[in-house]
Ligand binder design. Sequence first.
Ligand code: PLP
Length: 371
Amino acid sequence: MFNSYKPDYLVMTAGPTMVSGNVLQGRARNFGNPDLDPDFFVFYDNICNKLKKFYGTEKSQVIIMNGEGMLGLDAACASLTEPGDKVLIISNGVFGGGFEDLVKNYGGICTLFESDFKKSIHIDSLKEFLEKNSDFKYATIVHCDTPTGILNDIGPITKLLKSKGILTVVDTVAALGGVPFEMDNWNIDIALGASQKVFSTPSGLTTMAISDDAWNIILNRKNPIQSFYCNLALWKNCVEEKLFPYTMPASDLIAFNIALDNLLTERLERVWDRHLEMQGYVLERMETLGLELFCEDNYSPTVTAFMVPEDLNSNDILDHMKKEHKVLIAGSYGPFKDKVLRIGHMGENARLDRVFYTLDALEKTINDLRK
Ligand SMILES: *Cc1c(COP(=O)(O)O)cnc(C)c1O
């Protein structure tokens, strides 16, 4: 029964996350007409400027699109790729490898640099690889690959790529806000985020920071961009021209603005510390419970993936957590389905009471299932 879907449980997944009361209330306000009201363009521009702090950028342009995070990945690939372009797909996870399908849709020729999913990308191996082959228009890489919780050390990688004349697209959807990000210092060309991760707003918005070099490619293509909804060129001057490609979701943006203020009032440095602190509690409990972590290094402070114990079943754990303790944690995808479980401790989930409640519930669940 769809009309009985009224979730009332703690959402400890790696997005969507719990949403704060003031953000929920923001969505209930009157929202005007975002197409016609000049004030809306000022409001939108202010939110984009706030986002620049999260992205660590002064030089690039930030835009917010109406659509879940995947829209950003698709739009970046649609807008950069021309048929026959060579693209490097750097992958140590499900989202990392997934870029290949997006790029291929627009006629790009992909080369995969794939490395161990349990480890972060090793800069020296990438360097060695690029010495043989660096003829790429752009490269894609994921900051935190959420299905397994690995965090890549992005800065050195994107700086290296840029020094070889390769543009960089970074999916930081599951990390942005929870860990430092330095778009300008790291020479990144497109950085992607989404509302339902650390920002802890309902899903529905894509955020993107775009460098001048990326705009230069997007606005000077030989072939037209093969999409309307994913055409970034339409976003270049929308504030100045007071014209969005489509009606903006004003309610979502009102809520998002409040969510950004929540984080900025707390101060970003403290938000990062809070994520590290919560991750510390999670890792500590994993050890106490004898649970094996999926990754061998560089665990993301926003999500922890651990192996399902051999004597237990992943669905039993998820069901028991939800039914008996009213906590939703997550399984994983692709090759890790049924083998890996994940606790999201990002944004509003990275709170002491929620993290401890979840860890206690996990401990009780494991004990109950073993009885
Ligand atoms: C959440 C997420 C996205 C957005 O896609 P979903 O459909 O919400 O999974 C993209 N990239 C990463 C790394 C994510 O964690």
